[in-house]
Design a protein around this ligand. Structure first.
Ligand SMILES: Cc1cc2nc3c(=O)[nH]c(=O)nc-3n(C[C@H](O)[C@H](O)[C@H](O)COP(=O)(O)OP(=O)(O)OC[C@H]3O[C@@H](n4cnc5c(N)ncnc54)[C@H](O)[C@@H]3O)c2cc1C
Length: 445
């Protein structure tokens, strides 16, 4: 149970609140976009939820950087960027908090061009547990600045963040194609996707979804393709997924495309248009989400076939989970890998070709246990080195379920553990920010 603290409007009030709550040992946490779904948040009980909703300002600076309040949502940020003729890597869902996402790294369709959202962070203004207001950047508190980009849920409440932005290309217009395929096209579609992953075009972003059509209870293969460039360039990629000639062995397994819905969208509207708005539909409240994740080098064809069949059977046998889906985000890696491995606390450079989400969605808890078991088992399968293509488990912090080893979330290098532990001891010595994949103060992980 939580008590909500609404209406705080400035850093002085946040500072006073944190000072008071910490002094009286009252648990608390900040809420930005309200889209954090990690079960680890459950450790925060009988807490004060500090609603950051009034920290919603977006302002552009003379050097084209943009400063955004701690509760600004990606949808509002995209509209503002588009209007200003600028761009930045943002998440795929309009209602996700830009700060909450950035603190874990921040994946998005433009990452091939510009890296993670957090890679563009230039400074952050925040309040620590004892009410102290600090700024973190390359020149001020650089150690904290390093940790805020990838492990940032651990250290304080962000008042505002300032990002470098980039001139928008192609007048901010993006090609979008939503495609549906027959079930027997799975191998063909995956073969094409796998062929695109090495050195993926930085402007190309693919979202492969499996879901169940409620009218037929049959599984659907849905591919969203976004190209941050001209229609002709995007169309060239969409054509790779056009129906192929049965029996033509030179083209590999057959693809039979049932539909293609192609359009051009502004950057400001892209998330509402892409995937027919399916990802944005996750903004709807009222249902429970239980997600597991895995990171893959490529999509293992035979495992994908088994997963697709198993998912269909699971939902057919458990129709209460009808709104569940499986999502594979296949975004460019060039911008992420351009930064050195120790650039920030984000640990997955070189290990994040495909982000998988096994997203169980339901309103009736009667299906909760079955959904949890099914998704966890498949997460475990997808994590096997032979399947994932990576020798170790790598997990995006913001998608983590929370039962993964912390090394999988924050990295396997010993120096990362030491650096994060020392930051935790220095900036959150009483472990007040412990609700989101907390770094233990004792360094035991
Ligand atoms: C439908 C959906 C789509 C998503 N798409 C993407 C995506 O495309 N890319 C991506 O990278 N991630 C994505 N995510 C994951 C998302 O980044 C995380 O769930 C993120 O933590 C959500 O942040 P929030 O502010 O919306 O949530 P909240 O529940 O408000 O916060 C989540 C965590 O962030 C902390 N937090 C939020 N704001 C602040 C602040 N101002 N100061 C300090 N701490 C703060 C909270 O205390 C909490 O620990 C998606 C999630 C969902 C549900």
């Amino acid at each position: 149970m939580a008590v909500f603290l609404h209406g705080l409007t400035n850093e002085r009030e946040i500072s006073a609140a944190l000072r008071f709550l910490s002094r009286h040992d009252i648990p608390y946490f900040a809420q930005g976009g309200a889209h954090g779904y990690s079960p680890t948040l459950a450790v925060i009980q009988h807490a004060v939820m500090i609603k950051m909703e009034r920290f919603d300002e977006i302002r552009f600076n003379d050097d084209n950087s943009v400063t955004v309040g701690g509760a600004v949502l990606f949808g509002d940020l995209m509209s503002a960027l588009y209007a200003a003729g600028r761009e930045l890597t943002v998440g795929s869902c309009v209602c996700v908090g830009s700060t909450g996402a950035m603190l874990g790294g921040g994946h998005g369709r433009l990452q091939g061009k510009h890296g993670l959202t957090s890679d563009a962070l230039r400074s952050v203004r925040m309040v620590l547990w004892n009410g102290t207001v600090v700024e973190a950047s390359e020149s001020k508190n650089p150690d904290l600045f390093w940790g805020m980009r990838g492990a940032g849920h651990n250290f304080g409440v962000v008042i505002e963040s300032t990002y470098e932005t980039f001139p928008q290309e192609n007048d901010g217009m993006h090609y979008n194609a939503d495609m549906v395929f027959t079930s027997d096209s799975l191998e063909g579609v995956i073969n094409v996707i796998n062929s695109l992953i090495p050195d993926q075009d930085p402007a190309l972003a693919l979202d492969l979804l499996f879901f169940i059509d409620p009218s037929t209870m049959s599984p659907v293969i849905f591919l969203n393709l976004v190209y941050a460039g001209t229609q002709a360039e995007g169309q060239r990629y969409a054509d790779l997924f056009a129906s192929t000639n049965p029996g033509n062995s030179t083209t590999g397994p057959r693809i039979s495309r049932l539909s293609v819905d192609a359009s051009v969208a502004t950057f400001g509207d892209l998330n509402n248009v892409a995937a027919g708005g399916a990802i944005t539909a996750a903004c709807a409240t009222g249902s429970r989400q239980n997600a597991y994740t895995s990171t893959l080098r490529t999509l293992d064809v035979s495992t994908m076939r088994q997963l697709f069949a198993s998912f269909a059977t699971f939902v057919q046998e458990n129709p209460l989970a009808i709104n569940s889906l499986i999502l594979f985000e296949i975004f460019g890696q060039e911008g992420i890998d351009a930064k050195p491995n120790d650039y920030s606390a984000y640990p997955n450079r070189g290990f994040a070709n495909v982000l998988t989400l096994l997203q169980m969605t339901y309103t009736n808890d009667a299906v909760a246990d079955a959904a949890d078991t099914w998704a966890r088992q498949w997460r475990d399968t997808l994590t096997l080195p032979d399947v994932s293509g990576y020798p170790q488990q790598h997990v995006y912090e913001n998608y983590a379920h929370g039962d993964e080893p912390l090394e999988a979330i924050y990295g396997y290098d010993e120096w990362r553990r030491e650096r994060l532990t020392s930051l935790k001891r220095k900036f959150d010595p009483k472990d007040n920010f412990n609700g989101y994949h907390a770094i233990p103060l004792d360094g035991m992980w």
